[in-house]
Design a protein around this ligand. Sequence first.
Ligand code: XIL
Length: 349
Amino acid sequence: MKRLLLGLAAFALVLALPLPAFAGGGRQPDDLRELSHKLRMYIGSAVDVTALAEEADYRQVLNREFTHITAENAMKWESVEPQRGVYTWEGADAIVRNAQRNRQKVRGHTLVWHNQLPTWLTEGVADGSIDAKELRRILRDHIMTEAGRYRGKIRAWDVVNEVVDDEGNMRESIWLTHLGPGYIADAFRWAHQADPHAKLYINDYNLEWNTAKIDTTLAIVKDLKAKRVPIHGIGFQGHLGIQYDYPADFPAVMSRFTDLGLEAAITEADVRMVMPATPEKLATQADYYQRMLATCAANDRCVEFTVWGYTDRHSWVPGWFDGEGAANIMDENLAPKPAYNALLSVRRT
Ligand code: XIL
């Protein structure tokens, strides 16, 4: 009888206790927004501006699940200034407005890149009607105008994107060719002037594992810091594919950058596969996603994990990688895939 009473008392005590803390191995969060709070980290998605405007279910899930967003294309130069001096901010404005209404921070993407430049600019440089001096002025105006327009509304800017190539050389681009390598420092200084509170990032792909690219990028960061150029963050795009080994050194690579005092973000995570998808492939994909998020969660300076679109309904992968797809954490119907549930299981270590 005594044993039974003791047992009942213990049972009652367990019932009376609050749910065990998540960090101690308790209940899994219900969604990514809850996970974001538990991990004390932003969890973001790229936003397709057309889907945001036209698809209520897409908008609803985006706003429910994420605490950070990035415009997939709407802030790129060709989107905001398709003709010289003619600005089209509607898409970018709509994305920022939607984020503010839904308590989401915004990553600005991107101020200086070699892709998705307006043709008036690339053609003007190619035919010589825009010389180096004018090009530098145009770049400055672009940065001041765009970063200035969203001053105070952008948590972090990808100031320069993909400026190192896969061999570890400074990427050949109109910027390097006509302005020389100093364009990078200039871009950071201008962005800081335009929006003094935004965290300013250098962002790249394959930076999770490509040692040539890693070494050159580290050298660039050290050089900028030595010159007191305002650089605050390192962005790892995180475009992976399950046909390649998982980049197991990623945590150590991230630390090499954060040890320099930078904050870090995984800015464009997706995990593609050769189609068709199978349960085995989706399980491997889930593992890759989980390891990427865990890498961020294990580094005190990693503050944001953003996926490059959250649904297979809208993904850049099939259009860019022949025969590949299914790279996102929800399917075309916005149903969670194994990868979504794998993310929910990540804890801070
Ligand atoms: C991609 C977009 O997802 C596509 O819609 C667009 O056609 C091309 O650009 N690295 C980046 C992103 O920094 O801006 C790219 O986004 C994907 C690779």
